[in-house]
Write a protein that binds this ligand. Structure first.
Ligand code: PMP
Length: 372
């Protein structure tokens, strides 16, 4: 296997494992002797049935998903789920609660306003003092002890990893708030073990840790399948999708196939415990490098730093373009921060090997030597 010539730090669509791309390339024209490409198969035929059933079984194994949860392969992405979730869960309710941790949680909250009354259970919108240091708004997760969740809320929504802000829950909330917990896991799913039973519903776009954009993964507890509003489109109704094995309409078949290859790759890596150890080692190396220098800065409370998305700034922002050009010359791609916040961001999802982070760290050190 030839190593990639570039390291891609995109926040998503993001790097996929090299071996998965190679397998897909080898099978592109003829999937396992059937004479068809996966893209050409009927989603109801025996070949694709095998692909989707294997993918679901592997995912269930990786995340130890209990039997009373359904796995749905849908379309629409994380943004569409901001509408699809309330359409599915608001029957008989007027409001839901949200923890406002940043840009993605904020989008969820704004979209929900079309379907019910927003109750902000906690927000990180104010600067906060922790251990004698002042942290800027959205640089921390609000302490769970102060969350205010009304008993009559339809659900409590959190975003487990804020992809733009680089702030993440170290663990799911420990408290049981008495209402179903719903989480956007777009940029953290499969990066570590997760106790699915703590949640009523998990959703995420595939294009970070799962596979190609176009696939949305939903994991939902049986008890939440019959709370949809009458206006919920059938193709997005969790009960309808679940009862039809994600085949009520044509699912994103090729994306599901690639996701299945990624799940098998994850199993070969040793599953989520092993991938967590690798992800922690990558993140530690990068954060330690940033922290050891006053040329670079990461603004997030250390305990709430994302292991997937690492935003950072150069002290002298007039060097930003040069930093990116030099990075590109070394094959380090897509390090520019999100347009809404500027600076830099290195996304280091599962498929990014330690060697990629080491190459970035070398660039950070060399650039500081030259310009610090
Ligand atoms: N939630 C989070 C946490 C995300 O990172 C993203 C995409 N970056 C989204 C939602 C939106 O996903 P999509 O663009 O697939 O709708």
């Amino acid at each position: 296997m030839s190593p990639p010539t570039v390291w891609n730090f995109s926040a998503g669509p993001a790097m996929l494992p090299q071996s998965v791309l190679e397998e897909a390339a080898a099978e592109m024209l003829d999937w396992r002797g059937c004479g068809m490409s996966v893209m050409e198969m009927s989603h109801r035929g025996p070949e694709f049935t095998q692909i989707i059933e294997t993918a679901e079984a592997d995912l269930r194994g990786l995340l130890a998903i209990p039997d009373d949860y359904r796995v749905l392969f849908m379309q629409g992405g994380g943004v569409a789920e901001n509408a699809i979730v309330p359409l599915n869960l608001m029957r008989g309710f007027t409001r839901a609660a949200f923890v406002d941790t940043g840009i993605w949680a904020g989008k969820t909250i704004r979209e929900f306003g079309k379907y019910g009354n927003v109750h902000v259970a906690a927000t990180a919108s104010q600067a906060c003092e922790l251990d004698g240091r002042v942290y800027q708004p959205y640089a921390y997760i609000p302490p769970e002890s102060a969350w205010d969740v009304p008993a009559e809320a339809a659900y409590l929504h959190i975003c487990l990893n804020e992809t733009i802000g680089g702030v993440a829950f170290a663990e799911p909330p420990a408290r049981d708030f008495g209402v179903p917990l719903v989480a956007d896991v777009s940029s953290t799913i499969l990066s570590r073990p997760l106790d699915v039973s703590r949640f009523g519903l998990l959703y995420g776009g595939a294009q970070k840790n799962i596979g190609p954009a176009g696939l949305t993964l939903v994991i939902v507890h049986d008890s939440l399948l019959d709370r949809a509003l009458d206006v919920c489109p059938s193709a997005f109704n969790y009960r309808t999708v679940a009862d039809n094995g994600s085949m009520y309409n044509t699912p994103p078949t090729y994306a599901i196939y690639i996701a299945g290859l990624v799940f098998q790759w994850l199993k070969r890596q040793g599953g989520l415990t092993a991938i967590r150890a690798l992800n922690q080692a990558k993140a530690r190396l990068l954060y330690d490098t940033l922290d050891a220098s006053d040329f670079y800065a990461n603004p997030i409370v250390p305990a709430h730093r994302s292991t997937m998305n690492v935003p950072f700034r150069l002290r002298d922002e007039s060097l930003n373009e040069l930093f990116l050009t030099r990075a590109q010359q070394r094959g380090l791609l897509q390090l520019k921060g999100h347009k809404s916040v500027g600076g830099m961001r290195a996304s280091i999802y599962n498929a990014m090997p330690l060697a990629g982070v080491q190459a970035l760290v070398e660039h950070l050190c060399d650039f500081e030597k030259d310009f610090g």
